[in-house]
Design a binder for this molecule. Structure first.
Ligand SMILES: *Cc1c(COP(=O)(O)O)cnc(C)c1O
Length: 396
């Protein structure tokens, strides 16, 4: 097809041109004497994104799923009890991994479209006087349903119960895009990946561990080798890696971080909220509903839109792809066919996102959804027009 394609799955996200050019380099010596001049500041700057001063960041050649595994194997033992809630495909897959690795998962089943059940967690933790629960798993942004959760609330629940369990957080589709404060919220293991808010291709697991999590390494006897924190810590200290690092990705990450700091993290968060709010106005104007059940769950990085009874969201997605070169996110598992998703994270502005809204609107009409022509596009446009100058000024 002529012209550009439009990528609006919630990861991989659009890679800015400056980052793409930074990836295209001659191969370089990963044991060069001056490499630490590049890598040490990279590690230090990543800590700023995680908002941790005391934690340790890790870059594993993997996707986000690899970081889940690293978090588990470096801190827990087979048979350990972990507390987790299932409310979407990603929270489900992390639970599934825990079970496959021999942990006992106390699963709180929640309706898809809701988020981390802070009150239920608080009750379970308060009731666990013997401290059987070794870790609490949370997903800050459930990408399958467009649900954002209150992680600071889980920390408060742990503290209120005086419970020593580790707090794990999947931030793959939220870190670098929405507010996250590792130290302040007492998150012990924070997990992300390169292809969402970090605006890179897939291939880097980006994560951080608190000192409390690092202290568990000695007693954690789960088998690990490639993802062992110990080898990474030992070599990273001097600016190197225990095996060949993906240097092109690290060079790209450097440019991505520079872009993030140029804009400012708080401005990035404000921009994501502003763009997301425009998408929500569009959904409202279409007469459709979000998969997220309540405003407190609204995600600023991805919107999952429920199609009316009797319609199949897969037809909307196929039409958008085939006819308009637009990739929308599919409904996964329990919500397959019921929702389609628009990813709105990373390198994005109003008019880029408008292509997704226009394409979704045209595709819905093409396959017979009762959506008024121009309705969603107009609602988003008017919202963005009214608030845009204020946001642009804030970013200056
Ligand atoms: C994308 C995503 C993952 C999985 O990451 P991969 O990079 O595909 O391994 C995990 N959790 C969440 C919340 C995600 O959005």
């Amino acid at each position: 097809m002529q012209g550009t394609r439009h990528l609006f799955v919630p990861g991989p996200t659009n890679v800015p041109d400056t980052v793409r050019r930074a990836l295209d380099l001659p191969m370089e010596d990963h044991r060069a004497p001056d490499l630490p001049r590049f890598t040490l500041p990279l590690f230090a700057d990543l800590k700023k994104v995680f908002k941790t001063e005391t934690g340790q960041v890790f870059l594993f050649p993997a996707s986000g799923t690899g970081a889940w595994e690293a978090a588990i194997t470096n801190t827990l033992n087979e048979g350990d009890v972990v507390l987790a809630a299932r409310f979407g495909q990603f929270s489900h897959l992390w639970i599934d991994m825990c079970q496959r690795m021999g942990l006992q998962v106390e699963v709180v089943e929640c309706e898809w479209g809701t988020g981390v059940p802070v009150e239920i967690f608080a009750e379970r933790l308060a009731a666990d006087k013997g401290h059987r629960i070794k870790a609490v798993l949370t997903t800050q942004n459930e990408t399958a349903t467009g649900v954002q959760s209150d992680i600071a609330g889980v920390r408060r629940a742990l503290d209120a119960a005086g419970h020593p369990a580790l707090l794990f957080m999947d931030g793959v589709s939220s870190i670098g895009s929405v507010d996250f404060r590792m130290d302040e919220w007492g998150v012990d293991l924070a997990v992300s990946g390169s292809q969402k808010g970090f605006m890179l291709p897939a291939g880097l697991a980006i994560m951080a561990a608190s000192q409390k999590a690092l202290a568990m390494q000695g007693q954690a006897r789960m088998r690990r080798c490639y993802f062992d924190f110990k080898d990474m810590i030992a070599t990273n200290a001097s600016g190197y890696f225990p095996y060949t690092p993906p240097m092109s990705m690290l060079r790209g990450l450097r440019v991505a971080l520079d872009r993030m700091f140029d804009e400012g993290l708080e401005n990035i968060f404000a921009r994501h909220h502003f763009l997301a709010e425009g998408v929500r106005r569009a959904v409202d104007a279409w007469g459709l509903t979000l998969c997220a059940k309540e405003p407190k769950w609204h995600s600023d990085t991805v919107t999952a839109i429920v199609v009316p009874e009797g319609h199949d969201a897969r037809r909307v997605i196929a039409r958008a792809y085939d006819r308009y070169g637009l990739s929308l996110g599919a409904g996964l598992s329990v919500v397959a066919g019921k929702v389609f998703r628009i990813g709105h994270l990373g390198d994005l502005n109003e008019l880029m996102l408008m292509s997704a809204l226009a394409g979704a609107e045209m595709s819905m009409r093409d396959v017979g959804l009762p959506v008024e022509a121009g309705s969603g596009v107009a609602a988003a446009a008017e919202y963005w027009r009214a608030g845009g100058d204020r946001l642009a000024l804030a970013a200056e």
